[in-house]
Ligand binder design. Sequence first.
Ligand code: WTA
Length: 632
Amino acid sequence: MKKINSIEQYQSQYEKSVENPESFWAEKAENFNWIKKWDKVLEWEFNTPKIEWFIGGQLNITENCLDRHLESRGNQTAILWEPNDPTEQAIEITYNELHNRVCSFANVLKRNGAKKGDRICLYMPMTPELAIATLACARIGAIHSVVFAGFSARSLEDRIKDATCNIIVTADGGYRGAKTIELKTIVDKALETCPSIKKSIVLKRTGGEVNMKTGRDVWLHEELNQVDNICPAEKMNSEDELFVLYTSGSTGKPKGVVHTCGGYMVYAEYSFRNVFQYQEGDIYWCTADIGWITGHTYIVYGPLLAGATTVMFEGVPTYPDAGRFWEICDKHNVNLFYTAPTAIRALQARGNQFVNPYSLSSLRVLGSVGEPINEEAWHWYNDKIGKGNCPIVDTWWQTETGGIMISPLAGITALKPSYATLPLPGIQPCLVDSDGNEIEGNDVQGNLCIKFPWPSMIRTTYGDHDRCKQVYFSTYKGKYFTGDGCRRDEDGYYRITGRVDDVINVSGHRFGTAEIEAAIDEHENVVETAVVGFPHDIKGQGIYAYAICHSQPTDMDTFIKEVNKTVIEFIGPIAKPDKILIVSGLPKTRSGKIMRRILRKIAEGDVSNLGDTSTLLDPSVVEEIKTSAGLG
Ligand code: WTA
């Protein structure tokens, strides 16, 4: 597929994509192998909502990721896997081998009862088998639900139940830095109350002791001995579900965002190629985990659709030391590197002595994703890592958008630190005020919406279409609402200012304040909690919890430890509060709504202007909280 190569071309493509979206996307879709071509490009309305792309088309995404490359690049490395432990051998898997391994794995799934349309949960460490399992599901038309292996048994259980998965693929354990995580033990706990799971397929990674339940649990390596590597790809309709991925929103439990086969495929490839300006032969590395959308679209599908070499890293940026990312870049001659601001800030904080030993001369493009990148981190990334000559693509998008929406195209779009800059062709963002009126012109700020469909957009929330409608399509009629605030500057550049709803972004991970509150409330001494985000130097946002207790804890350290334990049990270690403040009351309006604005201000340590507190049921609560926070 040809990519955009100048800003003029970007502009003309953009105009074309708005004037005639259908012919624009049909042309992009022509570049794939379709089993049957589509009859109609698009049908949509944003009320129900109903969004359908490439209607009547049939395809299998794995044929496009694998089979169609075999003739031209069968012996090229598809996945380059770097283990957690730098002394362990890296593994190169060619397109030929990956094709074989995906087919074998698909046969293992079938052998264990998997069928088209089944939901299969993947709870795995960042091993090649995770990418292979993902593709194996797609091969047979099963819907994968990857759950990040840092989530707790409870979170896993909720996700398995919501999608009624019948198979889970996991590992005995996983390595993350100096830690070993006993994944199988966590799965066993989750499965105690998940009768829908009939089979658990277990990868041997750590060799740790595990319980294998007869009839349910099987070893992957033993299963692989029983199958061949021939597995024709299942014929899928464009709008058949490809995967579900759980993500947090303002209210309730995480919801399963559903993506479908055709549109997702077209947009994953298109956005990958254009944003990173991928060139044949490039080594590309995205440091995300496949448990998040970034890993789905930009470790697995996007790069493989484009025939790239995608690096997969099992470990963490600080193990064995804070130079690991840069060591890997040099070792594998990485050209395109994509990471999150939180990692950049954490590594910057460790000092330049961890960067200096590495040449980083292979790098050509740097990417950022998941949260706003502050100027200081941007400049360090640009100067120390990019040596001033690698464009930084600050890519704004979401689990729901499936792919990058607003971003510079590397080397084409003029950059401005902390700006995601311009929408990709086909993406029609707009800013709206709180009454839902579109804000025209430049040098303005508002809530970010998208007013026209794009191929990889969310289709539904699993098992609950009305929730999809309520969350994304009801706030502003006829528009998809992102939940983000945004500024459009005098040049028409977009700068994401952060969430305007009750979602917080901690180290690039999304949490609803409500789900953390629900977890803390499980502690027996807690009556009620209110959680807000506050600015955090490394994590972007930290978690600040205000808790009302039945009785004042006798020992605060023990109380904090217990609350952390509860949060770890209900969500996972990544959702642990950074601060817990015991308060006697919460600032509520007469209708019982917590005024989070006030709590956010106090968490920031800025009580100079708390705004109007006259609608509070009991305004004196505010003074008490200020005093408890040491700001009185
Ligand atoms: C935030 C991650 C500023 C935003 C791909 C969004 C960003 C949420 C950026 C989605 C960025 C993501 N600049 N903010 N470049 N990228 N965000 O679903 O608030 O895990 O709504 O998808 O992350 O997070 P999610």
